[in-house]
Design a protein around this ligand. Structure first.
Ligand SMILES: [Zn+2]
Length: 126
């Protein structure tokens, strides 16, 4: 494996996607089975190709792209979890003009909120 890219995070994700396709192919109707079979093979072939590739610079670029996307998805779920945990103490609003998320303590009556990002002011009941 000297000089080869090997198994990385994107390789792991491709392998998991292939395994997921196997299960989806078993659960879903017979008509879509060939589609998931093709997807499964494509993921496996790409995973093996990436692991054996000597063009490590390109493979690392692909992996870095994948890690950025994965981080964005994990961040979204983390923010969802945080909002759920804080739902009894805070209320969350979106700024009408820039859609930034604002966190306001609950039970303070009607408040005039100022967006930190764009400075827009709007009234909301907390
Ligand atoms: Zn704003």
């Amino acid at each position: 494996m000297y000089g080869r890219n090997g198994y990385d995070q994107l390789g792991r994700a491709l392998l998991l996607a292939a395994i997921l396709c196997v299960f989806l192919g078993m659960i879903l109707p017979r008509a879509v089975y060939p589609f998931f079979l093709a997807l499964q093979y494509a993921a496996l072939i790409f995973c093996i190709y990436r692991a054996l590739s000597r063009n490590t610079f390109q493979r690392q670029k692909e992996n870095a792209w994948y890690l950025r996307k994965e981080q964005a998805v994990r961040g979204w779920f983390r923010s969802l979890r945080d909002r759920w945990q804080q739902r009894k103490d805070y209320k969350f609003f979106r700024c009408p003009s820039c859609h930034a998320l604002l966190r306001v303590p609950r039970g303070k009556g009607k408040l005039l909120l100022t967006c930190r990002k764009c400075g827009n002011r709007f009234e909301r009941k907390t």
